[in-house]
Design a protein around this ligand. Structure first.
Ligand SMILES: NC(=O)c1ccc[n+]([C@@H]2O[C@H](COP(=O)([O-])OP(=O)(O)OC[C@H]3O[C@@H](n4cnc5c(N)ncnc54)[C@H](OP(=O)(O)O)[C@@H]3O)[C@@H](O)[C@H]2O)c1
Length: 252
């Protein structure tokens, strides 16, 4: 693999599993020194130079603390990737304020706080940030009101920070995954299976059919895109919102 990220320092949130872990692995394989941040972040044995920072990013101060620790231990920060997110699905009338506050605290305010803390370092390094949102921000659905609105907000935040980044020399881009094979998707399949009395395979097929895709994506496929956006080949890509959804979104 080409080591296009050699010498770069990267912080990846939500990196204890799923998409975030795949991103951390891919950035490390590209030569970056990576800080993996999550509540259950563990020191990865197979990622030389990587460090783990355990943090609950819903906590107002935790984002700044995680950035400060990453900067100190990695010696700077060139790349910020925010992949932590855990918004609750369900009937709108069954979602209380706590569910909304929780979803926003981690995914939207986490992005805001990580960007605010990381920005001076990204500016100093002329680096970049990639936010992981989701196609639910484009395609609204009645059972995804929290995640959908958070993702839409993240897309707007991407454009706003990219606007600022033009002056500061920081690129900011966004990736919208479709349905990607992680614990999060497995949980969703299990819920649907229970609701409709289906087995897991039939529930998975129902989700694929309803979203019009031939298959689910793999975390590594999202990681590949992030590595590109964070690397030198994407030097003129600013404020892009890239759907990686197997064709789910048909609208222009
Ligand atoms: N998978 C999909 O199909 C899909 C589709 C569209 C968008 N997305 C988005 O992509 C992102 C990653 O999804 P995923 O499927 O990889 O999810 P996942 O497998 O559930 O992983 C979520 C990550 O976020 C971390 N996290 C959760 N709560 C946290 C907290 N309070 N503080 C810090 N970290 C926390 C988790 O670590 P700990 O539990 O150890 O803290 C974990 O590393 C999310 O924003 C999700 O909405 C995913």
């Amino acid at each position: 693999m080409e080591r296009t990220l050699q010498g770069k320092a990267a912080l990846v949130s939500g990196a204890s599993r799923g998409i975030g872990l795949a991103i951390a692995r891919r950035l490390a394989a590209g030569g970056a020194r990576v800080a993996l941040v999550a509540r259950g972040a563990a020191p990865p044995e197979d990622m030389p130079g990587a460090i783990a920072i355990a943090a609950d990013l819903r906590d107002g101060e935790a984002c700044a603390r995680a950035v400060a620790e990453a900067v100190e231990r990695l010696g700077g920060l060139d790349i910020l990737v925010h992949s932590a997110g855990a918004t609750q699905r369900g009937d709108f009338l069954a979602l209380d304020d706590a569910a909304w506050a929780d979803g926003y605290a981690l995914k939207l305010f986490g992005a805001v706080r990580l960007l605010r803390a990381a920005w001076p370092h990204l500016r100093a390094a002329q680096g970049n940030a990639v936010l992981i949102a989701g196609v639910g921000g484009r395609v609204a659905s009645a059972d995804f009101t929290i995640g959908g609105s958070v993702n839409a907000a993240l897309m707007n935040l991407t454009k706003a920070m990219a606007d600022r980044g033009v002056a500061d020399g920081v690129r900011v881009n966004c990736v919208n995954p479709g349905s990607i094979r992680t614990d999060r998707l497995t949980g969703r399949i299990a819920t649907l299976a229970k609701e409709r009395g289906l087995d897991m395979a039939a529930a998975a097929a129902a989700i694929a059919a309803e979203t019009g895709v031939a298959r689910f994506g793999e975390p590594e496929e999202i990681a590949e895109i992030v590595a590109f956006l964070a690397g030198p080949g994407a030097g003129y890509i600013q404020g892009a919102i890239l759907d990686a959804d197997g064709g789910w979104v048909r609208a222009v």
